[in-house]
Design a protein around this ligand. Structure first.
Ligand SMILES: Nc1nc2c(ncn2[C@@H]2O[C@H](COP(=O)(O)OP(=O)(O)OP(=O)(O)O)[C@@H](O)[C@H]2O)c(=O)[nH]1
Ligand SMILES: [Mg+2]
Length: 382
């Protein structure tokens, strides 16, 4: 036990627990998986590059029209290790080029759904295995769904995708290429998207309630964040010189749209949410809600399968018994006949003996009366 001179009190030392956890987590590093889904050309890759200051899609080849008509949604996984002030983050980006490209895009969601499930299944298998300590978590922690800016709300394709995935993954809808809309149009589209989601009963990622003891600045930031869902974003891969400042943006004849300027679009808020404030909550919800759902389903399927197997086993046992008993009469016919013959032989011999005895008694004049005593009856009954 030590003595704290500042507070003049004895202390045990567990106040350093947060530092221990911090040190351990930093040493281990963090992982996060982000999935980006949306029609081709909506700016998914450009946004990812801008979000993580990377150039992940350098050697990308844009498929021609004929190829895109036949195309099905493919899944492209890229992993990058980033480090910032000694903190390591292993970021996995799951891109879905080809989503909604094909002429018949009814089942565009299938590949994404299968991917999300597969990661859950892998985690479930690893967790039940021997090497539980070094599990690689590839579960999708967040899915950015890109809504086109030119429609009037959500289309059937958008609704279908979200309906299939909202119980599996944290959905964060974003309005793509918001620079193509006026401020009023952005507002209208956001309202429309929210009402479409509510009508379709689709549950997007809910930000956790802000603690009442948080400071006012944090609460204000939290309110602003919640108010701008779905995030209207602009992506750009070029860095421009604006009044001596280097900014990532898009240059138009009438001016520059600055990607990170919060008065131009919600890009900066989205990045703050994803990276600085809610990354851990997105992971927690994935673990506690979505993965738990998957795990519960798996376990109930497994117990159903076990019950069916046990019932099948009992049934098999019963029919085997039936089969065996049905087989019994057909047992070697020679044996049964021989047994019957032996019995008949014995009875006949005893009857002969009885007849002889009766004749002897008759000859001696000592035959009992017809009502007789028990002994006779008992002889006849043999
Ligand atoms: N106006 C505008 N154009 C953008 C924006 N973001 C990207 N673009 C442009 O849109 C085109 C397609 O961008 P990508 O990022 O390749 O689109 P994608 O969604 O990854 O497309 P696929 O990989 O085919 O699914 C490029 O020419 C980008 O420069 C944006 O916010 N506004
Ligand atoms: Mg792309």
């Amino acid at each position: 036990m030590s003595f704290d001179a500042e507070t003049n009190r004895a202390y045990i030392g567990f106040a350093t627990l947060p530092e221990q956890v911090h040190r351990k987590s930093v040493k281990r590093g963090f992982d996060f998986t982000l999935m980006v889904v949306g029609e081709s050309g909506l700016g998914k890759s450009t946004l990812v590059n801008a979000l993580f200051l990377s150039d992940l899609y350098r050697d990308r080849r844009v498929p021609d029209v004929a190829e895109r008509v036949r195309r099905t949604t493919s899944i492209e996984r890229k992993v990058m290790d980033i480090e910032e002030r000694g903190v390591k983050l292993r970021l996995t980006i799951v891109d879905t080029p080809g989503f909604g490209d094909a002429l018949n895009c009814e089942e565009s969601w299938l590949a994404c759904c299968a991917y999300v499930d597969e990661q859950f299944r892998q985690y479930f298998t690893d967790e039940s295995g021997l090497n539980r300590r070094n599990i690689q978590d590839n579960r999708v922690h967040c899915c950015l769904y890109f809504i086109p800016p030119y429609g009037h709300g959500l289309r059937q394709l958008d609704l279908e995708f979200m309906r299939r995935l909202h119980r599996k993954v944290n959905l964060v809808p974003v309005i793509a290429k918001a620079d193509t809309l006026t401020a009023a149009e952005v507002r209208r589209l956001k309202e429309r998207v929210l009402s479409d989601l509510e009508e379709a009963q689709i549950q997007i990622y809910q930000f956790p309630e802000c603690d009442s003891d948080e400071d006012e600045e944090f609460k204000q930031q939290d309110r602003e964040l919640k108010a701008c869902v779905p995030f209207a974003v602009v992506g750009a891969s070029t860095v421009l010189d604006v009044g001596g400042r280097a900014v990532r943006g898009r240059s138009y004849p009438w001016g520059v749209v600055e990607v990170e300027n919060p008065t131009h679009c919600d890009f900066a808020r989205l990045r703050t949410m994803l990276v600085s404030t809610h990354m851990q909550d997105l992971k927690d919800v994935t673990q506690d809600v979505h993965y738990e759902n998957f795990r519960a389903q798996c376990l109930s399927q497994m117990s159903l399968a076990a019950a069916a197997a046990a019932a099948g086993g009992r049934e098999r046992e019963r029919s085997k018994l039936k089969r065996d008993s049905a087989l019994e009469p057909a047992a070697p016919p020679g044996d049964t006949d021989r047994l019957l013959q032996q019995k008949e032989e014995e009875i006949r011999r005893m009857q002969n003996m009885l007849t002889q005895m009766q004749e002897q008694l008759k000859a001696q004049g000592r035959l009992p009366s017809p009502k007789g005593d028990g002994s006779r009856d008992s002889i006849v009954n043999v």
